[in-house]
Design a protein around this ligand. Sequence first.
Ligand SMILES: Nc1nc2c(ncn2[C@@H]2O[C@H](COP(=O)(O)OP(=O)(O)OP(=O)(O)O)[C@@H](O)[C@H]2O)c(=O)[nH]1
Length: 350
Amino acid sequence: MNRTERRTTPSARPQFWRVALRTCVIAGSTNLLFLLIFLAVGSPILAWVSVGSMTVYAIAYWAIRQRKNKLGVGLIWSEVVIHAALGILLIGWGSGFHYYLLVFIPALAVTLKRSKAIAALLVLWVLYTGLFVMSELIPPLQPLVSRAALDGVNLFNLTVVFAMFSYLALFYIETVIEGQRALRKLASTDMLTGLKNRRHMTEVGEAEISRAERFAMPLSVLLIDADHFKLINDIFSHQKGDEVLCCLTKLLRTELRQHDVIGRWGGEEFLVLLPNTTLENAQLLAERIRGTVKDFRWQELLKDELAVSISIGVTQLLPNETLNRLINRADKALHSSKANGRNRVTAVAA
Ligand SMILES: Nc1nc2c(ncn2[C@@H]2O[C@H](COP(=O)(O)OP(=O)(O)OP(=O)(O)O)[C@@H](O)[C@H]2O)c(=O)[nH]1
């Protein structure tokens, strides 16, 4: 996935706007505290600025809820820049209002394309250093009553920005983990049936073999194949064929226990791993599944008298056997079922 795709991933967008809404609430509440602080330390202009800021965040919140996203984000950013500049101009660099501008660094880097992000970060740097130079050249227009009051404001701003960075970092890592989880699911799932795909079944199969050997438990497998599936596609359409596969999936799932593992092994072929199951019990289960599929009311789906049936090959893991050999034997058993007329179960021990 390249950088452009990452920045436009649709699933990341709702989360971004959720963060923007939360930012409005947190920043609005912070400005309420500012109002009280500046009334207490005798800076009425900054107290009024806080009232203005609360109004701006309320409008930005409304705008984002109304999906007027550009307006919302524009308001948030303008407020931060103007508030920082006014704070520094009125009570000086020591107030720490410039810390808020630093929050733009991850926000710009994560949301913009690389070239735009670099340009925006450069503008931010010029703005930040420009404010510092301004504070060096122009003494505070309305200094606070004492150094302690200024340090208090600085500490407050530092704490808020610290919390904002922590929140952003946690949000970022959560988004990454969520994305990884979604990708892992996509890579291991068959899109049509929602079952585990062949790649994942191979991994699970190998893990089940190790487990069976470690705990000296039996492990059986079923290889299930829909009969004359090409005919179903040809007569009823490929789409109906897909519906039949999904319906088969549901039927198979209902017959299995919670710790049995089912996956789509090929086009119309399913693999079932049956931990802690002997060949005899696996054969009984296979017969039950075959009967369930045969007896299902296929007429309702196909609007035809033709019924869908399945053939099954059953076998049990032998000592020191690989997954490949185990499945090859199940495949041979499946072929016997096909060769002997289909709609049947064949079990082979070795
Ligand atoms: N609708 C649909 N068809 C699929 C899918 N995957 C494979 N198939 C079809 O399944 C059919 C399998 O045909 P064959 O391998 O000849 O087997 P069959 O017709 O089931 O015959 P037997 O297995 O011998 O009973 C092919 O026509 C494939 O195109 C799928 O995802 N959807």
